[in-house]
Each structure stands twice: as structure tokens, then as C-alpha cells.
Design a protein around this ligand. Structure first.
Ligand code: NOJ
Length: 538
């Protein structure tokens, strides 16, 4: 339990992820931009979130839609310019919204001036900024690593007769973080944005920045699915030597040192892996990341109350006292949560879970209106992962334009413009304007949840305690700070459940996911309808 006045903004607040290409297009080119984000700040403020995380807006050839950065200290003209960015920071701060930006330290674009120099000759001063290796003894790539996006993780460069490493697209060569010049240059990019007022960074694939010194072969994955596409070399191997090396931690401490040169900035890292290794990214005493992103309620999870509780309880048990939890249910790389968990009813219960657990929640744009995966015809696929590994792997499905209203192009782009990805068919009904007018909509539910969280200290910094009940498909926990206590009861079943809450007699329902009751209830026979979640004040 932590008293709320000692919480940092990144503990108390709720993060909202914006994929800038898909949020709001103000120039009429079918792609969202930073002015579009500025135009929607009032909406975001009224929604009740506290911080925006912007996926990359840097100059980029867009081989991986901005995760291939050609200049870490500028804005791609597609999205605006530095002056627009400065206005965005100022306007966000006026509304007490923090700005978190994506930082992509593992790889640059092959069009970054550093790489252009590096590939020029074997003795170029920037040669060692990247991984250049001779072909293997009998020819072919220097080791067996595969790219996340299919094919080998190495591309041969005929002009100098060596291969370079890239674990994503071949247009994303990897930086050598064992080289002190690389570190210094990248640290300066953090300072550049902090000086402009940026409050935090979401660090892309941060566990990949240090690889095995000898770049040894990865062992085969004995559990690789039999039906993998032929070019999915990555999934056929265990990821042992290409990521999560012990000596990444000293580098993370240095990165944290740079953040700490400025006041109250926050470092969030994109990380996976087993709990005992993941937890190390907080540092031994909290001297690494503030928040290693926690995808455990998202990746590989079925809609199952016991499984969800198991994940939360294991996390709570594994976290040292100084480590603050966080939860993510959706992002620009994963299927939409309404689609993943079975539908709108589940999405509503999931929103209550996300916004009432102990820890910082991250909401992906559009989840607040229940956006679902949009089927993308094969000829319209844009994502390199979908293009290389097959249409069923495309991430475009969760990156479609935000649905603002029932007008042309859902209010995302002006009428007549071809949007960069197709719009969802359901946008005439599922859009911000329509759902704002409906007091029982999922958007109204998000507003109520965010409002409650903001005004009830126990829902921010309070303790978490799971409560055992007679049904496996109902997940119950309480959140408490001093005498303030709430019970959250989530019915994952598609049928009603009536349960006794041990040790409690009565309470008051403050909010139901159905948005139709606020009433005193008896807790020895708490009746929950199918797919209903409630927050009860005790
Ligand atoms: C993780 C990002 O979330 C993803 O979108 C991107 O493709 C890879 N990192 C490579 O930067």
C-alpha cells in the first residue's frame, strides 16, 4: 500500500498509446499526423487519461512504419515538423497530459547517415557502429539467427563482401551497443527530447540491444509448431544468444542515469521472457526501468478468470517492494482485445480488469470504443510481417484508422481521401461521436472507470488482494488504502453467477460494466449477470 501523494505520475496515471499514422489526418493524405493529435487533445483530456505514448514519428523510409529511424532528432514531414511537436508538448502539458515518445535504440533505418557511412568501407570509422561479419566458413550468413519478420537475420552487402545483422526488416540494421560511441550518440538523442519537454520514453525491443559477444548460433526450438511458414527461421530457434543477455543490465543502468539527469522522467521498456528474467529489468534496487512493459495478460491468454488471476498473483509475488506493476491488453503489434477475448461483452469486462488492477494501465487507441480487428484483403496488406510471413500474421488488422464519427472516412481523413488502411465496416455505429451520446456504451464505461480511478486513491495506489470464491470463472479481488476499500468482481462466464464473498456482508455497487446499476448489495449472495463486472465500495 502506498499513500497517493507519494506516487509518481507514471504510477498514478493511465497511459494511452497513439499510433500516429492512424489517429487523425489533418492534411488529407490518408495518414494521421501530429496536428491530428493536437486536435484531439481535448477528447483525450475528457476521456480521463494522463499520458500519451506516441509510436514513432521520426523521419523514416517507413519500411516498418517508423520503427526504421533515419534521424532520431526530427519529425518526418508526413507527420509535421519539430515546431508541431513543440506545440503538441505545450498543448498537452496545458491539459496536464504527459508525453511519452517511442525510442528505437536497437536498430536504425538503412537510410540513417550512420549506416550509410558504415556500409561504405570496412575501415569506415562507423563500421563498428553496426554488426558486420564475414560469411560463414562454407559461405552463407555468419550465424543461424532468424529475423522476426521471416528469413535470415543477416543480409549480404556485395560492395564490402560482408553481412550485416538485422532481426527485423533488412532495412533495420542493428546498432552495436558495445561500442561507446554508439552509446554516447544514443544518450544524446534522449537528452534532445527531454530538453524539448518529453516526459518519458517507451524503449523498443530494449532486451535486444546487447547480444552474445560471440554471436553464437541459437539452439533449435523443440516446441516449434509444425506448420510454420518455410521462411520463419526465427520461431524454429530458441532465442538464447540474440536477446536478454546478462550484460544488458549495466547498459540499462546507464540509460537510467541519463533519464535521471532530468526531473521525474520515466523509462518504459518493451520486454518479454520468463518472469524471473523479466523482473530483473527493474534493476536490483530499482535503478533500471521504471516500467518493463508487462504483456502477460495479453500474450497467449485465453478468456479465463483463473488463468488471469494466476498471472496477476504470480506477478504480484515476483515484484520486489520498489517495483511498480503495469498491465497492457493491446498494442499496435497484437490483435484487438475485443477480437482476442471473444467480443464486446468480454472487452467491457477486460476494461474493468485493466483499469482496476494495481499498476499502471496502458490503453491502445480505439479500445475505448471497442474497435475490433479489421480484415485486410491480401492486396492491401502494408505490414512487412504480413507481407513476409503470410496474411494471417499481418499487424495491419489493429492499426486501422480511429473512428471519430459516422461521416465520410469516419472523420479520420477528409471525404474522398483513400486512407492508408481500410476503415472498419462498423464505423457508422462504432465511433466516438455516437458512443459519446450513448450512456451505456463502452466509451461511457471507459469514462466512468477512468473517472473512478482518478478520484479513488485505493484504485490507484491501494493494495491488491485476490479473494477466493466458489466459481472458477469469476475473478474477485480487493483494493484498499487505509479505511477505503473496494471489491472488484468480474464474471468471465456467459451465464449468471451468485456468490458469497468471504468475510463481507454488504457493500455498494459503484459501477457495473452494464452501466445500469448503482445500489446496495448483499455480499453473501452477490448476483452477477453474464459477462458482468462490478466495482463495489465496502
Ligand atoms: C517492436 C515494435 O512494437 C514493432 O512494431 C516493431 O516492428 C519492432 N519492435 C521493430 O522495431
Amino acid at each position: 500500500m502506498i499513500a497517493n501523494d507519494t506516487l509518481h505520475w507514471w504510477q498514478r496515471g493511465v497511459v494511452y498509446q497513439i499510433y500516429p499514422r492512424s489517429f487523425k489526418d489533418t492534411t488529407g493524405n490518408g495518414v494521421g499526423d501530429l496536428q491530428g493529435v493536437i486536435d484531439k487533445l481535448d477528447y483525450l483530456q475528457s476521456l480521463g487519461i494522463d499520458a500519451l505514448w506516441l509510436s514513432p514519428f521520426y523521419p523514416s523510409p517507413m519500411a516498418d512504419f517508423g520503427y526504421d529511424v533515419a534521424d532520431y532528432c526530427d519529425v518526418d514531414p508526413l507527420f509535421g515538423d519539430l515546431a508541431t511537436f513543440d506545440r503538441l508538448v505545450a498543448e498537452a502539458h496545458k491539459r496536464r497530459l504527459k508525453i511519452i515518445i517511442d525510442w528505437v535504440p536497437n536498430h536504425t533505418s538503412d537510410q540513417h547517415p550512420w549506416f550509410i557511412e558504415s556500409r561504405r568501407s570496412r575501415d569506415n570509422p562507423k563500421r563498428d557502429w553496426y554488426f558486420w561479419r564475414d560469411p560463414a566458413a562454407g559461405g552463407g550468413p555468419p550465424n543461424n539467427w532468424g529475423s522476426f519478420f521471416g528469413g535470415p537475420a543477416w543480409t549480404y552487402d556485395a560492395s564490402t563482401g560482408q553481412y550485416y545483422l538485422h532481426q527485423f526488416c533488412k532495412e533495420q540494421p542493428e546498432l552495436n551497443w558495445r561500442n561507446p560511441e554508439v552509446k554516447a550518440a544514443m544518450f544524446d538523442t534522449l537528452r534532445f527530447w527531454m530538453k524539448r519537454g518529453v516526459d518519458g520514453f517507451r524503449m523498443d525491443v530494449i532486451g535486444l540491444i546487447i547480444k552474445d559477444k560471440d554471436l553464437r548460433d541459437n539452439p533449435p526450438n523443440p516446441n516449434a509448431p509444425a506448420n510454420l511458414p518455410a521462411n520463419d527461421l526465427f520461431s524454429r530457434l530458441l532465442q538464447v544468444y540474440n536477446m536478454d543477455q546478462d550484460d544488458v543490465h549495466p547498459v540499462l543502468r546507464e540509460i537510467r542515469g541519463v533519464l535521471d539527469e532530468y526531473d521525474d522522467r520515466c523509462g518504459i521498456g518493451e520486454l518479454w521472457g520468463p518472469l524471473d528474467r523479466w523482473v530483473k529489468y527493474y534493476g536490483e534496487h530499482g535503478e533500471e526501468l521504471h516500467l518493463p512493459f508487462n504483456f502477460r495478460l495479453m500474450d497467449g491468454m485465453a478468456w479465463n478468470a483463473g488463468q488471469m488471476r494466476g498471472v496477476v498473483d504470480a506477478l504480484e509475488a515476483a515484484l520486489p517492494d520498489f517495483a511498480w506493476p503495469n498491465y497492457v491488453l493491446g498494442n499496435h503489434d497484437r490483435t484487438r482485445l475485443a477480437t482476442r477475448f471473444g467480443g464486446q461483452a468480454q472487452a467491457r469486462v477486460a476494461s474493468m480488469l485493466l483499469l482496476t488492477l494495481r499498476g499502471t494501465p496502458t490503453i491502445y487507441y480505439g479500445e475505448e470504443i471497442g474497435m475490433e480487428d479489421v480484415p485486410i484483403p491480401p492486396e492491401k496488406i502494408q505490414d512487412p510481417q504480413g507481407l513476409n510471413l503470410g496474411p494471417e500474421r499481418t499487424r495491419d488488422v489493429c492499426r486501422t484508422p480511429m473512428q471519430w464519427d459516422a461521416g465520410p472516412n469516419a472523420g479520420f481523413s477528409p471525404a474522398g481521401v483513400a486512407t492508408w488502411l481500410p476503415l472498419a465496416d462498423d464505423y457508422p455505429a462504432r465511433n466516438v461521436a455516437a458512443l459519446t451520446d450513448d450512456p451505456k456504451s463502452i466509451l461511457s464505461l471507459y469514462r466512468r472507470l477512468l473517472g473512478l480511478r482518478r478520484t479513488r486513491p485505493a484504485l490507484q495506489g491501494g493494495s491488491y488482494r485476490p479473494v477466493d470464491v466458489a466459481y472458477d470463472d469469476v475473478y474477485v479481488y480487493d483494493r484498499a488504502v487505509f479505511a477505503e476499500r473496494y471489491l472488484v468482481a468480474l464474471n468471465f462466464a456467459a451465464e449468471p453467477r451468485t456468490l458469497a464473498i468471504p468475510g463481507e456482508t454488504t457493500g455498494r455497487v459503484l459501477l457495473s460494466t452494464h452501466l445500469d446499476r448503482e445500489e446496495a448489495v448483499s455480499l453473501d449472495a452477490l448476483a452477477l449477470r453474464a459477462n458482468e463486472g462490478v466495482i463495489i465500495e465496502l
